[in-house]
Design a protein around this ligand. Structure first.
Ligand SMILES: Nc1ncnc2c1ncn2[C@@H]1O[C@H](COP(=O)(O)OP(=O)(O)OP(=O)(O)O)[C@@H](O)[C@H]1O
Length: 269
């Protein structure tokens, strides 16, 4: 099994703040990881490192058999699909949905005078269809609902046929229906053996799609626990990471978490 990500002692400091502290993390071919942790734990910073958009202050990051600091990041980045709030903000509201996906082939947002091949156009169209937004292809991005935008962003992240797909909080801001549709779509990707290695960042265990295999629990810049999902996603580990006593339930491939004290109060009534 080949290693897709291998982080050793990755530390990120800004001034006197240590954002990531000696993170060791290995991700192998075929795995589907969830990165879970509270606000400010360092999840987005970790995604910045593994998407080759930030260098660690110390430690080493091997990504797709390349080493950060020794590789031309402009050659490495197209091999990594990234969907994040920061990238989404750069998509022009006036861009057509089709072009939002198509322009990823050149790593740009906003179509100018690039020439696209028929193969690119048909790939963009089939990705839009895979996320059930192909009927919106001629609409402008600014007119889409938040749920539709999220699905277009993920289609865009897949446009370059990446070897690694990073999804930073894809369900943030979605209503219940939108979240469930997205979880369903991500579950299909996770269960498709042809999909790239996946890393999904979230705050909520309810957003973990069936088919994800591993979990990294991050708290205050350090790894609290990492490994196979069912071994790591325990009430004890989750309570330690979020600093609140939590109960965890698992059924039908999905996860639930709630405060232990609230549950105890309910049980008394
Ligand atoms: N350039 C910076 N200078 C100083 N502190 C920073 C910088 N960038 C991030 N931080 C801090 O590092 C911590 C981790 O930030 P990060 O965005 O990685 O966390 P996160 O787990 O993604 O949080 P959230 O779940 O709220 O999105 C936060 O406390 C943040 O304020």
């Amino acid at each position: 099994m080949s290693t897709v990500l291998d982080l050793k002692g990755v530390t990120v400091r800004r001034g006197s703040t240590t954002i990531l502290d000696s993170v060791d993390w290995q991700v192998n071919e075929g795995e589907r990881w969830v990165v879970l942790g509270p606000n400010g734990a360092g999840k987005t910073t970790l995604m910045q490192i593994v998407s080759a958009r930030m260098h660690p202050t110390s430690g080493t990051a091997h990504i797709l058999d390349e080493t950060l600091g020794k590789v031309d990041v402009f050659e490495l980045r197209p091999r990594i699909g990234l969907s994040s709030a920061a990238l989404a903000e750069r998509i022009p509201a006036s861009e057509t949905v089709r072009d939002v996906v198509l322009t990823a082939a050149y790593g740009v947002t906003g179509r100018w005078r690039e020439e696209y091949e028929e193969m690119d156009s048909s790939r963009a169209q089939s990705l839009l269809a895979a996320f059930d937004v192909d009927t919106l292809a001629d609409r402008t991005y600014g007119t889409l609902s938040e749920g539709e935008r999220k699905r277009v962003q993920i289609a865009r992240a897949l446009m370059t046929d990446p070897e690694l797909l990073l999804l930073d909080e894809p369900a943030a801001g979605l209503d219940l229906g939108g979240r469930e549709e997205l979880v369903g779509a991500l579950s299909e990707i996770a269960q498709d053996a042809a999909s790239p290695v996946l890393v999904l960042v979230t705050h909520h265990v309810e957003e973990i799609p069936p088919g994800f295999t591993h979990l990294l629990l991050l708290g205050h810049g350090t790894i609290q626990a990492a490994g196979p999902l069912e071994e790591v996603l325990t009430a004890e580990n989750l309570s330690a990471a979020f600093g609140v006593e939590l109960l965890v339930a698992h059924g039908g491939g999905r996860w639930l978490a709630r405060a232990a004290r609230g549950a105890a109060r309910q049980a008394r009534h």
